[in-house]
Design a protein around this ligand. Structure first.
Ligand code: GDP
Ligand code: IMO
Ligand code: MG
Length: 429
């Protein structure tokens, strides 16, 4: 298994960026395969903090970084992020960075629609990141999208723009909005086109070449399996498939290329935005998890909802995504709790469930069944080997892997890249 696929196994923000950055030095290429700049990945290397949304986390180590066709790409967000990282001393050029020329674009009209719908939904809103992700994916499957390769054919784009605008103008009219200014849209695309096109290429071909040469490929997922449009807490999900299988279709390689599937799992649970969350805590423990874990969204700055570890959910996401092993992150946030709880099952209408049912109403009503364990008073923060961990923390890790029926490959004990315990090297498997 030369390749590794990293996915979030909860509701996102599990620490994927940190783990991908740590693994990137062992890889020859890093590929983003779904999502867009709704993602927010924080990397801490010594004194430096990098915040990435669209760029693969491999870019910081200078590893070949590719944006696959499964991503929805906002060209203006891309430019801003590249300029920000270059300002931090990261080198990004045609050698170490490429974008699939068949990526659909996120346009300002997508962001408009995302915002209008959320505003109109009031209390029933999804709580999106407001980046236009949903509307952009809708236009992709609706066969109306403008794609990266179209930027090289702007003189022929009028019929496509007409079709796209006809669709959006009708929706906008429903919200009392003016139609799209087509001339302005084309002028904006003309201005940004050269910047994007300098990186555009058939990424599947680049991957074929590096794979043939024996390269180790690291696929970087965004969001988490519980936000997957099929398997997540629908409709409170994102608009892409976040499961490991998407690594292949979202980059242009076959299903046998995904290799070791590394599920990133926080030692407790968080969620941003609306939707069911069985183990959510609205008490002092929840507040403490949020404060110790600095649980504020990277993209929107929103406070993340916090709760105890839910083994039912992670057992389910590991199964759905074929997770080979997990990286357990933010263990240090549990330091000092007198007792810690793990959800091992749900109660619904007098029955006991060992899985999360599909219906949104049932998901909102399930009651967690907890197992309680003694916490640990010693610190795990900064630990780089099992020998540095208190016995009770090791017990917690063991109980987690037992309940989720999946082994632990890595443990993360601080935001810093090197504060990582390697149990089993995913690239060596
Ligand atoms: P991602 O979206 O999955 O990449 O995760 P985010 O970057 O949005 O959120 C994870 C946050 O936790 C970031 O601020 C990381 O710097 C931080 N982090 C990652 N691993 C650890 C860890 O083991 N311990 C602590 N305390 N923080 C961590
Ligand atoms: P990373 O990669 C956590 C959530 C939003 C909202 C729902 C739909 O940093 O883990 P969208 O804008 O995608 O239409 O919003 O999905 N969401 C995330 N939550 N981490 C993320 O990414 C997320 N990306 C989207 O909060 O509930
Ligand atoms: Mg994040």
């Amino acid at each position: 298994m030369a390749n590794v696929t990293v996915i979030g196994a909860q509701w996102g923000d599990e620490g994927k960026g940190k783990i991908v950055d740590w693994l990137a030095s062992r890889a020859d290429a890093v590929v983003r395969f779904q999502g867009g700049h709704n993602a927010g990945h924080t990397l801490v290397v010594g004194e430096k903090v990098y915040k990435l949304s669209l760029l693969p986390s491999g870019i910081v180590t200078g590893t070949l970084s590719l944006i696959g066709n499964g991503v929805v790409l906002d060209p203006w967000a891309l430019k801003a992020e590249i300029e920000k990282l270059e300002g931090q001393g990261v080198e990004i050029n045609g050698e170490n960075f490429a974008i699939a020329d068949n990526c659909p674009l996120i346009l300002p009209l997508h962001r408009d629609l995302d915002g209008l719908r959320e505003q109109a939904a009031g209390k029933g809103k999804i709580g999106t990141t407001g980046r236009g992700i949903g509307p952009a994916y809708e236009d992709k499957v609706g066969r109306r999208a403008i794609r990266v390769c179209d930027l090289d054919h702007l003189d022929d784009l009028a019929p496509q723009i007409d079709r796209l605008c006809a669709h959006h103008d009708a929706l906008r009219a429903g919200f009392g909005q003016d139609p799209i200014d087509r001339d302005q849209l084309i002028a904006d695309l003309r201005e940004i086109a050269p910047f994007v096109l300098q990186y555009a290429q058939p990424v599947w071909k680049r991957l074929k070449k590096v794979r043939k040469a024996g390269a180790r490929i690291l696929f970087e997922g965004a969001q988490g399996v519980l936000l997957d449009v099929d398997h997540g807490t629908y409709p409170f999900v994102t608009s892409s498939n976040t499961v490991s299988g998407t690594a292949a279709s979202g980059s242009g390689l076959g299903p046998n290329s995904t290799g070791f599937v590394l599920g990133i799992v926080k030692a407790y649970t968080t969620r941003v935005g609306s939707g069911p969350f069985p183990t959510e805590l609205e008490d002092a423990d929840g507040q403490r998890l949020g404060e110790r874990g600095h649980e504020f969204g990277t993209v929107t700055g929103r406070q993340r909802r916090c709760g105890w570890f839910d083994a039912v959910l992670v057992r389910q996401t590991c199964a759905i995504s074929g997770v080979t092993g997990i990286a357990l992150t933010k263990l240090d946030v549990l330091d000092g709790f007198e007792t810690v709880k793990i959800c091992t099952g749900y109660r619904l209408d007098g029955k006991i469930l060992d899985y999360l049912p599909s219906h949104a109403g049932d998901q909102a009503r399930v009651e967690p069944i907890y197992e309680e364990m003694d916490g640990w008073q010693a610190t795990t923060a900064g630990a780089r080997s099992y020998a540095d961990l208190p016995a009770q923390a090791i017990k917690y890790i063991q109980r987690v892997q037992e309940l989720i029926e999946t082994p632990v490959a890595l443990v993360s004990t601080s935001p810093e890249r090197e504060d990582t315990i390697l149990v089993r090297d995913p690239f060596m498997d």
